[in-house]
Unconditional design. Structure first.
Ligand code: PGA
Length: 243
């Protein structure tokens, strides 16, 4: 699975360019998902690309200016939504508890939440990344049952690797992905192997193949490189098993 997170970038012209570039390929072994800014979601008309919101409200409806509900995302055709991206956690003060509620709102509407976790640099340097990630996961895991858990995609995005050009090495990423899968397995042993865990943080066409080759890395959450047609389609081709 490859997810392109445009963040607050992109325009209608790029929607058309990227859709045209992706349509030249047959991605039958990879799910390609685009998370454009909310106002561009309905500019896509391709049936080949799945769409995701970049965020969703933890509430059902009401006086929440600027927020978008899971029901609204479902109505405009989103199959996925990012939940708890580090930029939302850091710049909008989202808590682990709120993020668990957001994931639940999505699941209730049949939308698959892509729950993002990942440690800041000082936690990595203190070798405390596992505790940090376990704490981020705990409220999500206790909010759902095993059936609901099956409908979640997780993304490991170390904050020090996001937008910095310094990706985690495949081995470093694999180590944390395995740790995440083990935590999931403690909650629901039989489903842990089926759950997709994506890596994000400076994924590009140079490092994608080695990252995707790791046992517990099931795809990528791609920021910067999703803003260039060539880079993004190449990453999707690699995830599709092409060379
Ligand atoms: P990046 O962003 O690929 O530009 O590092 C990834 C993300 O924030 O999802």
């Amino acid at each position: 699975m490859v997810v392109g997170n445009w963040k607050m970038n992109g325009c209608r012209q790029y929607v058309n360019e990227l859709t045209a570039a992706l349509s030249l390929h047959c991605f039958n072994s990879v799910d390609v998902v685009i998370c454009p800014p909310a106002c561009l979601i309905q500019s896509f008309n391709s049936i080949d690309v799945m769409l995701a919101g970049q965020d969703v409200s933890d509430c059902h409806e009401g006086a929440f200016t600027g927020d978008i509900s899971a029901k609204m995302l479902a109505e405009i055709g989103c199959k996925y939504v990012l939940v708890g991206h580090s930029e939302r956690r850091e710049k909008h003060g989202e808590t682990n508890h709120q993020i668990a509620q957001k994931a639940l709102r999505a699941i209730e509407q049949g939308i698959i939440p892509i729950v993002c976790v990942g440690e800041p640099l000082h936690m990595k340097e203190a070798k405390a990344e596992q505790d940090y990630i376990a704490e981020q996961l705990a409220p999500v895991l206790s909010a759902v049952n095993c059936e609901q858990l099956k409908q979640i995609v997780f993304a490991y995005e170390p904050i020090w690797a996001i937008g910095t050009g310094k990706s985690a090495s495949p081995e470093q990423a694999q180590y944390v992905h395995k740790f995440i899968r083990d935590i999931i397995s403690r909650k629901c042993e039989s489903t842990a192997d089926e759950i997709r865990i994506l890596y994000g943080g400076s994924v590009n066409f140079d490092n994608a193949q080695a990252l995707f080759a790791q046992d517990d890395i099931d795809g990528g959450l791609v920021g910067g490189a999703s803003l260039k047609c060539d880079s993004f389609t190449t990453i999707c081709r690699y995830a599709n098993g092409e060379h």
